[in-house]
Design a protein around this ligand. Structure first.
Ligand SMILES: C[S@@+](CC[C@H](N)C(=O)[O-])C[C@H]1O[C@@H](n2cnc3c(N)ncnc32)[C@H](O)[C@@H]1O
Length: 371
C-alpha cells in the first residue's frame, strides 16, 4: 500500500449508514439500477480512510511489541509470555484481524515445543512467512517492531524510504498473517466463488500473495493467476516463492496506478481484496476511469469482477482496520461503469464479497467522465 498511503483522515458523508433498494430501470439497458439517493439511518461513516497510513499505535500495543522485541534480543522467554498476555487482552478490544494476531503467533512459536512449532510451520506459506521474519536472528521481525513502535531510530526513519519500508513490512505481516483464515474466514470466500480449474484470475492489488497462491492451487496446472501490484517488493516475494516451490501458473505484473495491465479479454475473474476503497477515495476521476476500464477490458464477456472490501460495522463492533467503505457506494459506482451486481456474500461483519458481471452490450465500452 506504500504508493498510496495518505496521512489523511477522510470521511465522506460523516455520520451515516445507508440502506439500498433496487428500482426498475427506465433507461435502455434494462438493468436494475441502484437507487441514487441513500437513506441515512445512523451516524456511522460510509467511507473512512483514517488509518490507511498505518495501524493506530496504542500504549498496550507498544508495550507488547517492546516485550516481544526483548524476547528476541535476550532470548528470555518470560518477555514472550508477557507480550502474549497483552495480546490476549487487546486483540478483542483494539483491532480485529490486525497484526497483533500475527505477533501473537510469533509469541506462540517462541513459547512452543517442538511439536507445536512443527504444526505452526506445517503450511509451506506459513513456513515461508516465518523464514522471512526469522532469518538472520529475526532481523526483519526486529526491524518491524523497532520501526512500527518507534522503539529505535533507524538511519532512514522519517524519510520516504523509511516510510516505504515500514509500509511494506506492515502489509507483509498483515496480509500474510498465518492467522488470517481465523478472522477472515477466507476458505468460505473460496467456497462461495466456486473457482474452476483451468481458469485465469487476475489478482489485482495482490500484496505479498495471500490470495494469489490459493488461487494458483484452485485453477491448477491448466489455469493461470496474474498477480498484480504497484509495489515491486510484494511481487519479488511472490516470484521468490514461485521459483522455490516450482509453481508454473503464476505470473507477476507491476501495474501503473491507472491500468491493471492485464491483456484484453483474458480473465475469467478479476479479483480485488481491500483495494477498491483506495480506488474509490484516492484516484482522480480520469485515473479511476482508466483503471476501471482496464479491468473491464481484461474480463472475458462472461467474466466476474470480485471485490472484497471492508464493511461499515455497527457501533460496538471493531472494524478490521481503519479504512472501510459502504458496499452500496461500490455497487452504485460500478453500475455506471457497466457492471451489475450478480451475487454478494458476507461471512464476517467486517468484510463483504461482491460479485459483478459486465452488463450485456456494454462489455467492450469504455466509460469516461462526462464533465
Ligand atoms: C490492502 S492491500 C491488499 C493485499 C491483498 N489483496 C490481500 O488482501 O492480501 C492493497 C494492495 O493493493 C496495492 N495497490 C494499490 N493501488 C494499486 C493499483 N492501482 N493497482 C494495483 N495494486 C494496487 C497495494 O500496493 C497493496 O499491496
Amino acid at each position: 500500500m506504500s504508493s498510496i498511503r495518505y496521512p489523511l483522515l477522510l470521511t465522506i458523508c460523516a455520520s451515516c449508514s445507508i440502506s439500498l433498494a433496487y428500482a426498475a430501470d427506465d433507461n435502455t439497458n434494462k438493468s436494475p439500477k441502484p437507487e441514487t439517493a441513500a437513506e441515512i439511518t445512523s451516524k456511522v461513516s460510509l467511507v473512512h480512510l483514517g488509518s490507511i497510513d498505518t495501524f493506530t499505535i496504542t500504549e498496550q500495543g507498544t508495550l507488547a511489541g517492546r516485550f516481544l522485541l526483548s524476547a528476541l534480543d535476550t532470548k528470555d522467554l518470560s518477555y514472550a509470555k508477557k507480550a502474549k498476555e497483552i495480546y490476549e487482552t487487546i486483540i478483542p478490544t483494539e483491532h480485529y484481524g490486525g497484526e497483533y494476531t500475527a505477533l501473537e503467533w510469533f509469541c506462540d512459536y517462541l513459547l512452543g515445543n517442538e511439536e507445536s512449532r512443527k504444526q505452526q510451520l506445517a503450511d509451506r506459506y506459513h513456513k515461508s512467512f516465518f523464514e522471512f521474519f526469522s532469518g538472520n536472528d529475526f532481523a526483519n521481525l526486529k526491524e518491524y517492531l523497532n520501526r512500527k513502535y518507534k522503539l529505535k531510530k533507524l538511519a532512514d526513519s522519517g524519510t520516504e524510504a523509511g516510510r516505504d519500508r515500514i509500509a511494506f513490512l506492515e502489509d507483509f505481516i498483515l496480509f500474510n498473517n498465518p492467522r488470517r483464515e481465523e478472522w477472515e474466514k477466507t476458505s468460505k470466500i473460496f467456497e462461495a466463488l466456486k473457482i474452476q480449474p483451468g481458469t485465469t484470475i487476475a489478482d489485482v492489488g495482490c500484496g505479498p500473495g495471500y490470495y494469489t497462491f490459493k488461487f494458483s492451487d484452485l485453477v491448477g496446472p491448466g489455469g493461470k493467476v496474474i498477480a498484480i501490484d504497484t509495489v515491486q517488493e510484494h511481487l519479488n516475494y511472490i516470484k521468490s516463492l514461485t521459483s522455490k516451490f516450482d509453481i508454473k501458473n503464476i505470473e507477476t505484473l507491476k501495474d501503473r496506478e491507472d491500468s491493471a495491465g492485464v491483456p484484453a479479454n483474458s480473465a475469467d475473474m478479476v479479483f480485488m481484496c481491500s483495494l477498491y476503497h483506495i480506488i474509490y477515495t484516492t484516484l482522480t476521476e480520469e485515473v479511476k476511469d482508466r483503471f476501471v476500464n482496464s479491468l473491464k477490458a481484461a474480463l472475458k464477456p462472461d467474466g466476474r469482477l470480485v471485490i472484497v472490501d471492508n464493511a461499515v460495522v455497527t457501533q460496538g463492533t471493531l472494524p478490521y482496520h481503519g479504512p472501510h467503505i459502504a458496499k452500496e457506494l461500490i455497487i452504485g459506482q460500478l453500475y455506471y461503469y457497466g457492471f451489475d451486481l450478480a451475487e454478494q456474500y458476507q461471512f464476517i461483519p467486517q468484510r463483504y464479497v461482491l460479485v459483478f458481471k459486465k452488463r450485456a452490450g456494454e462489455d467492450t465500452k469504455s466509460v469516461t467522465t462526462s464533465h
